[in-house]
Design a protein around this ligand. Sequence first.
Ligand SMILES: [Zn+2]
Length: 185
Amino acid sequence: MSRGTGEAVCATTASPRGDERAPLAQVIYIAEDVLERAGLAGRAWTVPDGHIDDPDVQAANRALSAFASEVYLAAGGRTPTMWDGSPVPEGFLPVRVVASEYLSVEHGPGVRASAQPVTNSITVRHQTNDLTVLHEVAHLLHGTCESGDAHDDAFALTVRDLYAHYLSVKAAERFWTLVGLRAGR
Ligand SMILES: [Zn+2]
């Protein structure tokens, strides 16, 4: 995972001295790896490698954005409005998801995705899954992106609840078996 581009929101702060425990972010990433290997990460999504003007790319982005927007609104995300407060056109999606392998260039090969709270958008790899999108929607709900400090107890609880609702109870329980020991300090 990675830092985003909005420095004020995304600046990473080192853990306090004397805290010998693994950062909660690392525990969350490990738990998510466990879920993926156990086949508990939900649907696999593929966004074709092509130009944004390619209809297949647009359709894949639209399907992912619709899913992320549904989750975001159901979890209490803010309903978008036009700049003057008037309603947005029908069908407008409050969360936009795009795919880019540039993530791996900028943030390293282990990066799955990043959230941009300023633009309410999510960037994923061309191959992604429900789990990854849900993790990033949780960042948008908390107004954070991929910095270590963004993965606090409240964030972990949001992720657990989204996994319970959109993946499975089993996935949420497996996640919390690992993360719950570290969260709730
Ligand atoms: Zn994260």
